[in-house]
Design a protein around this ligand. Structure first.
Ligand code: MTE
Ligand code: HPA
Ligand code: MOS
Length: 753
C-alpha cells in the first residue's frame, strides 16, 4: 500500500505554514469587527452609533444601508441578510461592521454602540418550532415499499424517541478574511473558506458587481469540518463591502468567542422511530420522523436534511421504509454543514431503534444488526441499487480479525468480577454515500502547467483544510506524468485559475479534483509521448515515462524528463492543460425522491469497548477496532489519519460535546471551559484500523475511496457501548437515546430506578 508524507508537514511543524492571519498586510490596512445582536429575536427599535463613530480611529461603521447590491447571502434559499435590517433572528446575528485603524479601537467602538430591541418570543428547539409551524421549507419524505401494510405483518414493533445535540466545529483557525483593493473596482479576497466560488458569487451579489471583479484566493485552512462550506462567506463579504467604499485593505479575523457565538454548528435533531421485525429479527419496516433544528435561516439545512434521509437506514436493507424530515426554523444561529452532513444524525436513529428492539427482546444489538446488513443488489429507500457492497465483508472481517468472541468473554468475566467498573461492547457498521447529493455540484477542474525547466504547477478547485487533498493531487500528477514528487507544486486555490468550483466538501474533493488532474495530465502526457517518439524514433505505443526518465518498452532510454520538456518547448508544443470532470452515472429526481445519487458507498465496521466507572459515572474508551473499506488507498498514512480524526470527532459528538443555549437563545457553552472536546485522555486507548482488501472502485480517484467523513460515524458505536456497560450495572435502567451521553447522564442512568 502506498503512502507519502503530507507535503505540508515541514512547514506545519516549523510554524511556517501560512493562514489568513499570517499574510503580510499592506501598511494602510484597516481592521473590521462585527457588532452583533445581543438578543435572539426582536425588532430593532434603535441603534445609536454616534459615540462609536466619534471614537478616534474609527473609519466607518457599515450597516445594511451601505449595501450597494443585495443585502442577501442565502445560498440555497434567499432568507439571510448580510446585516440585519428591522428584525433580528438569533443572538449573534451581524448588525453592523465597524472598520477602524486598529483592532483594539474597533473593539472599544463596539462597546460604545447602544441598541434597543423590542423582544419577540424565542424558539430554541426543533420540537417547539414544529408545534408552532415554524419551518425553513416544505418537509421531505422518502418511501420504499409500504410500511403501513408491513407493520401489520410484523412480530415485534417498537417505537421511541431520540435526540442528538449539535456540535461546534472548533477549527483551530477561526473564520476570517483579508480583502485588498485592486484596479478598476476589483477586489482580491484571501479567505479561509471551503467554497471560494461561493465567496466570490455572494460578494459580487452584495456589492452589485460582476463576478470577474472578485478574486478569491485560498492558501489552506486550519480546519473547516464543514463550518467553512457556507459560513466563511459573510466575513469575506463584509470586508469586501468596506474595501469597495474605502479603497483600503480590510482585515477581519474573528476571535474565538465571537466565532463560537456567531456561527452555526452541527444540527441538533429530535426524532421519532417505529421499527418492525419478524421472528428471524429481520427489519421488515422502519419509519422515522426527523426534526432538524435549522436555526434562523436555511444555510445548507435543506441539503443536510436530505442526506439524513439518504442515511436513515445506514448499512441495512429494509424493504419498507418511510422517513420524513422537517427543517425547523428556530432562533439559533443558522446551523450548517458538519462532517457527515446530516448522515450521522440519521444513523443514530436507526441504531437507537435497533437498541430499543434488542433491549425489549433481551438480546444483544448485534444479532439484529447482523441479519439485516446490506447485500449486493439491495435497494436503498431512494431507489439506488447497492453494488460492490462491503457491509457484510467488513462486519465479518471485524468479528474475525479482532476476535470478537474472545473480547466478549473477557468483558463478561470482567463484569462478573468487578462491582464498580463495568465494560460494554458495541458494533457499529457504516455505509456512507459519496457524491454531493445535489447532482449538479459533482464536477471539478484542474489547470496543470509544465514549466520549461520540467517543474510542474497544479491548480485545482480543491481546498486544503488538513485532510491532505493537496498531497493526493500531487500524487495523481506525479503518477500520471511519471515524475518525482519534488517536481510538482500545488498552487493556492484561486477563482481566477479554476472557476465555478463546488465547495471542498462531501468527502468528494479528492475524487472530483483528482479526476480532473488525471485528465489534464493524461492530455499532456499524450503530447509528450509524441515528442519523445519522434526524438527516439520509436512508436508512441512503446514510450512511457517513469521516475523522470523516458522508457522504450521496459528499457530506460537516454532521454530525461527535462530534455523532453526542452525539446517540446522548441517544437512549440502546449505545456499547459485544463481539464473538466463531471461524475458520470449519478442522477436524482426530487419529484419522486428516487434515483442514483451516489457514485459509490464507503463501508466499514467498528468494534468499541468501553469501561464505565460506576461510582462516578465517568468512562474510558478502551479500544476501537475497525475494518474500513478504503478501496485501494493511494495514501494509507493520510487515510488512517482521517479515520482517527473523524472517529475522535464522532466520539466527542456522542459523549461529551454539549452545546447549550438558554431559553433566551444565548449560547452558554461559549468557551472551551464550558464546551468540552475530546483530549488525549478521552480518546480511545487504542485504535486499530485494518484496511479491507477489495478490488477498489473505478469511480474513486485511482480506486482510492473517499475517506473524509464516513469514519466519523464509527463514533456512534461509543454511545451503545457505554449504554451496554450501564445496563450491566443497573438492570432497571430504561434505555434513553439522548446524545451526548455525558458523565452526568451516565451517572443518572447508573442509579435510576
Ligand atoms: N480533515 C481535516 N484535517 N480538517 C478538516 O477540516 N474536513 C472534513 C474531512 N476531513 C476536514 C478533514 C470534512 S467535513 C470533509 S467533507 C472532508 O474532509 C473534505 O475533504 P475531502 O473531500 O478531500 O475528503
Ligand atoms: N455534502 C456536503 N456538502 C454539500 C452537499 C453534500 O451532500 N450538498 C451540498 N453541499
Ligand atoms: Mo464536509 S461537512 O461535507 O464539509
Amino acid at each position: 500500500m502506498k503512502t507519502m508524507q503530507n507535503i505540508d508537514s515541514f512547514t506545519h511543524v516549523r510554524g511556517e505554514s501560512l493562514f489568513v492571519d499570517d499574510i503580510s498586510i499592506r501598511q494602510d490596512t484597516l481592521f473590521g469587527l462585527v457588532f452583533d445582536s445581543p438578543k435572539a429575536h426582536g425588532i430593532i427599535k434603535n441603534v445609536d452609533y454616534s459615540k462609536a463613530e466619534k471614537l478616534e480611529g474609527v473609519v466607518k461603521i457599515f450597516t445594511f444601508k451601505d449595501v450597494p447590491g443585495e443585502n442577501q447571502i442565502g445560498g440555497i434559499l434567499p432568507d439571510e441578510p448580510l446585516w440585519a435590517e428591522k428584525e433580528v433572528h438569533f443572538w449573534g446575528q451581524p448588525i453592523a461592521f465597524i472598520v477602524a485603524e486598529t483592532e483594539s479601537i474597533a473593539k472599544k467602538a463596539r462597546q460604545l454602540i447602544e441598541i434597543e430591541i423590542e423582544e419577540l418570543p424565542v424558539i430554541t428547539t426543533a420540537k417547539e418550532a414544529k408545534s408552532k409551524g415554524s419551518f425553513i421549507n416544505a418537509p421531505r419524505t422518502f418511501n420504499l415499499g409500504d410500511t403501513k401494510e408491513a407493520f401489520d405483518n410484523c412480530d415485534y414493533i417498537f417505537e421511541g424517541e431520540t435526540f442528538s445535540n449539535g456540535q461546534e466545529h472548533l477549527y483551530l483557525e477561526t473564520q476570517g478574511c483579508y480583502a485588498i483593493p485592486q484596479e478598476n473596482g476589483s477586489i482580491k479576497l484571501i479567505s479561509s473558506t471551503q467554497g471560494p466560488t461561493a465567496v466570490q458569487k455572494i460578494t459580487a451579489r452584495v456589492l452589485g458587481v460582476a463576478m470577474h471583479k472578485i478574486e478569491v484566493d485560498v492558501i489552506r485552512l486550519g480546519g473547516g469540518f464543514g463550518g467553512k462550506e457556507d459560513q466563511a462567506t459573510p466575513w469575506a463579504v463584509m470586508t469586501a463591502v468596506a474595501v469597495q467604499h474605502l479603497n483600503r485593505p480590510v482585515k477581519y479575523i474573528l476571535n474565538r468567542h465571537d466565532d463560537l457565538r456567531m456561527t452555526g454548528k452541527r444540527h441538533p435533531y429530535s426524532s421519532f422511530f417505529k421499527i418492525g421485525l419478524n421472528k428471524e429479527l429481520k427489519i421488515v419496516a422502519f419509519e422515522a420522523e426527523f426534526l432538524q433544528n435549522a436555526g434562523a435561516a436555511a444555510d445548507l439545512s435543506p441539503a443536510i436534511a436530505e442526506r439524513t434521509l439518504f442515511h436513515a437506514t445506514n448499512s441495512y436493507f429494509v424493504p419498507n421504509v418511510k422517513t420524513s424530515v422537517y427543517s425547523c426554523k428556530t432562533n439559533l444561529p443558522p446551523n450548517t454543514a458538519f462532517r457527515g452532513f446530516g448522515g450521522p444524525q440519521g444513523m443514530f436513529v436507526i441504531e437507537s431503534a435497533i437498541a430499543a428492539a434488542a433491549d425489549n427482546l433481551g438480546i444483544d444489538r448485534k444479532y439484529i444488526q447482523e441479519v439485516n446488513l446490506l447485500d449486493e443488489n439491495d435497494e436503498f429507500s431512494y431507489g439506488q441499487i447497492a453494488t460492490q457492497v462491503e457491509a457484510r465483508n467488513t462486519w465479518f472481517s471485524a468479528k474475525e480479525k479482532f476476535e470478537l468472541e474472545k473480547i466478549e468473554k473477557e468483558v463478561a468475566s470482567f463484569n462478573k468480577t468487578n462491582e464498580h467498573f463495568k465494560k460494554g461492547v458495541s458494533l457499529m457498521p457504516i455505509a456512507f454515500g459519496i457524491s454531493f447529493t445535489n447532482t449538479a455540484m459533482n464536477h471539478a477542474r484542474a489547470l496543470v502547467h509544465i514549466y520549461q525547466d520540467g517543474s510542474v504547477g497544479v491548480s485545482t478547485g480543491a481546498v486544503e483544510m488538513g485532510q491532505s487533498v493537496n498531497t493526493k493531487m500531487l500524487q495523481v500528477a506525479q503518477e500520471i506524468l511519471g515524475i518525482s514528487a519534488g517536481k510538482v507544486k500545488l498552487e493556492t486555490t484561486n477563482t481566477t485559475r479554476v472557476a465555478n468550483t463546488s465547495p471542498s466538501a462531501a468527502s468528494s474533493t479528492a475524487d472530483l479534483n483528482g479526476k480532473a488532474v488525471k485528465l489534464a495530465c493524461e492530455k499532456l502526457l499524450e503530447r509528450l509521448v509524441n515528442v519523445a517518439a519522434n526524438i527516439l524514433q520509436e512508436e508512441e505505443s512503446v514510450i512511457s515515462i517513469c521516475n523522470d526518465l523516458i522508457y522504450v518498452a521496459d528499457k530506460k532510454s537516454s532521454l530525461s524528463w527535462e530534455e523532453l520538456i526542452s525539446q517540446a518547448m522548441l517544437e512549440r508544443v502546449a505545456l499547459s492543460e485544463n481539464a473538466h470532470y463531471a461524475t458520470p452515472v449519478i442522477h436524482f429526481d426530487k419529484t419522486i425522491e428516487k434515483g442514483h445519487p451516489f457514485a459509490y458507498h464507503v463501508y466499514g465496521t467498528a468494534i468499541t469497548i468501553t469501561t464505565v466507572d460506576c461510582i462516578r459515572g465517568v468512562y474510558e474508551i478502551d479500544a476501537v477496532k475497525i475494518v474500513h473499506d478504503f478501496g485501494k488507498s493511494m495514501n494509507i498514512g493520510i487515510d488512517l489519519g482521517q479515520v482517527e480524526g473523524a472517529l475522535a470527532q464522532g466520539i466527542g459528538w456522542m459523549t461529551m460535546e454539549e452545546i447549550s443555549y438558554d431559553s433566551n437563545g444565548r449560547l452558554l457553552s461559549n468557551a472551551l471551559s464550558t464546551y468540552k472536546v475530546p483530549d488525549i485522555f478521552s480518546a480511545p486507548k487504542t485504535i486499530d484500523t485494518i484496511p479491507l482488501e477489495t478490488a477498489g472502485n473505478g469511480m474513486a480517484i485511482l480506486k482510492s475511496k473517499a475517506v473524509g467523513e464516513p469514519p466519523l460515524m464509527y463514533g456512534i458505536g461509543t454511545y451503545f457501548a457505554i449504554q451496554n456497560a450501564v445496563k450491566s450495572f443497573n438492570k432497571d435502567y430504561k434505555l434513553k437515546f439522548h446524545a451526548p451521553f455525558t458523565p452526568e447522564k451516565v451517572l443518572m442512568a447508573l442509579y435510576e430506578k
